[in-house]
Design a protein. Structure first.
Ligand SMILES: Cc1cc2nc3c(=O)[nH]c(=O)nc-3n(C[C@H](O)[C@H](O)[C@H](O)COP(=O)(O)OP(=O)(O)OC[C@H]3O[C@@H](n4cnc5c(N)ncnc54)[C@H](O)[C@@H]3O)c2cc1C
Length: 530
């Protein structure tokens, strides 16, 4: 203690901090009130805040918006107010207000599925939620495109389109939001046929950093359009996506659950499926889940075929393994995505991290998968023994065979920098979930350590070996890049992983469009280095 005119320094510090916090919250409240004055039925003030009683009829919408995140940890952030715009004009108005209050932070929320803390949540700032008022889907008169509000979830949008026999390229679990998914590229069961979701964009209606409403497409505001095809949320606020539609009928798919002890056969089949990928209508995700002990290690495989039944031969290697359970059936596309929601467990705190790997020649790949499975499992159990609060560690194998990359290029491509000539790639999505907030600081670090460990093993053991179906490219770069934005952890250099040329282009566009840092400094998301 260092007495200062009778008041201790720590007390003085506390008083100053309190005054600052109050001043800050007064400024934020003024910004909230400015939006409220214009759109009273679309704004909810924090019910526990000083003016909460003014928007009492919106309390439950405020509460669900502030808490409905896939990563429960995001609910720790508490917005001063939530705004539910119903049009681009309303978003534009909010942006103009925010430009008058330059210290107020904000967040953009669509489906709330991005697990990174603060990417779509904000503490004592303004939460702009595109649900429920900007979540409609409509099909064009000739049924060739669909307009989708950023607040929609994939199963909602696809249910609307299914009645016309149409689909758009979108999420593999229906509950994921349209808004963030497309800006991160968007890997779909349909990607091997039609490209990533971002490749199928026709137009993006969005609001710029100064509040102007624009349309961005291949001929108008093409730089912003280019950036939004995988570059994230630093270029504009999307108020409407226009996407190409594709014919869809009954599809075959669902999940099969296998015992973890069958991992060798399943992982060998995965290597085979990726290298000898013959039918772009087929897709899989192989999730390896570790909970509690050996008995609770399971493999959940998501299967998909765009047709009522897959032709013989496609999944033969997997069919040699008997699952513990299966719900695979022929059904409509939206029903499949809704059923897959069973694996989007809510109520947990999550961190994910991405690891990109080359799909190696068969013997190398099965050996690597085997090492990966065993060492990841061992580390998972070790951390679980230390912290009984951890619920599940998992890694999900998402194959990107060259045919998928070629379909993406044929559809116009995106900013991720994938090239069919570079051979077959795997996007690995790593995951840890826990319950108690006390692990919020530790659990993400555990995951990072585990991923770094398997990755450095891969590099030291197999570095320099060309991926299957490789033709050209710098093996040391293409083997581990890009980092898939939709699975990226907050500290990963996602934009940098697109390659220096694309990175510099995106950075130039970002700085030109947003000279005052409206998008880059006042919300979360993957950033450019300064
Ligand atoms: C269970 C689960 C399954 C998944 N499956 C897939 C999959 O199959 N394929 C795939 O590619 N990814 C998948 N993902 C990853 C997912 O696509 C990303 O987490 C994505 O960011 C989620 O989008 P959202 O709109 O739900 O998220 P939100 O958390 O609402 O938003 C995510 C980001 O998008 C920005 N954003 C949201 N709306 C707008 C807007 N209108 N304008 C500008 N920026 C905006 C936000 O600022 C935020 O940074 C999955 C994630 C989960 C949790």
């Amino acid at each position: 203690m260092f007495p200062l005119f009778g008041i201790s320094r720590s007390l003085l510090g506390f008083l100053l901090a309190t005054r600052l916090a109050l001043a800050q919250s007064n400024v934020t409240l003024s910004a909230c009130k400015a939006i409220y004055a214009e759109y009273p039925s679309h704004l909810a003030l924090d019910p526990l805040g000083p003016l909460g009683s003014e928007t009492i009829s919106q309390d439950s919408l405020y509460a669900s918006t502030n808490t409905d995140y896939w990563n429960e940890g995001n609910s720790k952030n508490r917005a001063a107010c939530a705004f539910f715009p119903g049009s681009a004009e309303e978003v534009s108005y909010a942006v103009k207000v925010l430009n008058n209050y330059t210290n107020v932070q904000y967040a953009l929320k669509s489906g709330g599925h991005n697990p990174n803390f603060g990417f779509s949540s904000v503490n004592q700032g303004i939460l702009i939620s595109f649900r429920p008022n900007l979540a409609n889907t409509t099909i064009s008169t000739d049924h060739s495109t669909a307009d989708v509000g950023p607040g929609s979830r994939w199963d909602e949008a696809l249910t609307v389109l299914d009645q016309y026999g149409k689909a758009i390229v979108g999420g593999r679990l229906g509950h994921v939001g349209v808004g963030g998914y497309i800006l991160g590229g968007g890997l779909s069961f349909l990607t091997s046929q039609y490209g990533f979701a971002a490749d199928t964009l026709v137009n993006v209606e969005c609001v710029t950093a100064n509040g102007t409403i624009i349309n961005a497409n291949r001929t108008s505001n093409s730089d912003i359009f280019f950036a939004m095809q995988g570059g994230g949320n630093q270029f504009g606020i999307v108020t409407k996506y226009t996407l190409k539609t594709f014919d869809i009928g009954q599809v075959w798919g669902g999940t099969k659950v296998y015992a973890g002890t069958d991992h060798e056969a399943i992982l060998a089949a995965t290597a085979e499926f990726t290298e000898n990928f013959t039918d772009p209508k087929a897709a899989i995700i192989v999730t390896n889940d570790f909970a509690l002990d050996d008995l609770a290690s399971l493999i959940v495989m998501f299967y998909f075929y765009d047709g009522p039944t897959p032709p013989a031969g496609i999944f033969d290697e997997f069919d040699k393994v008997t699952p513990i359970s299966s719900n695979v059936s022929t059904q409509s596309y939206p029903s499949l995505l809704t059923a897959n929601n069973a694996y989007s467990l809510s109520g947990f705190r999550y961190q994910i991290r991405e690891g990109t790997y080359p799909n190696l020649p068969h013997d190398n790949m099965t050996a690597f998968y085997d090492y990966h499975y065993t060492s990841f499992q061992k580390q998972a159990f070790a951390y679980m023994a230390q912290s009984l609060d951890i619920q599940i560690f998992s890694f999900a194998i998402q194959p990107l065979p060259v045919a998928l990359k070629q379909s993406s290029a044929d559809a116009g491509g995106n900013r991720l920098g994938l090239d069919a000539a570079n051979g077959d790639t795997i996007f690995m999505e790593y995951d840890v979930s826990w319950l108690n907030p006390t692990c919020d600081n530790l659990c993400p670090g555990y995951l990072e350590t585990m991923v770094n460990s398997v990755k450095s093993y891969q590099q030291s053991t197999y570095g320099g070996i060309a991926p299957t179906n490789y033709k050209s490219g710098d093996i040391s770069w293409i083997s581990y890049n890009p980092i898939f934005p939709n699975d990226g952890m907050y500290d990963q250099q996602v934009l940098q992983s697109f390659g220096n040329s694309t990175y510099q282009q995106l950075k130039t566009i970002q700085q030109r469009q947003d000279p005052n840092g409206f998008f880059s400094q006042r919300q979360g998301g993957f950033k450019f280095s300064t």
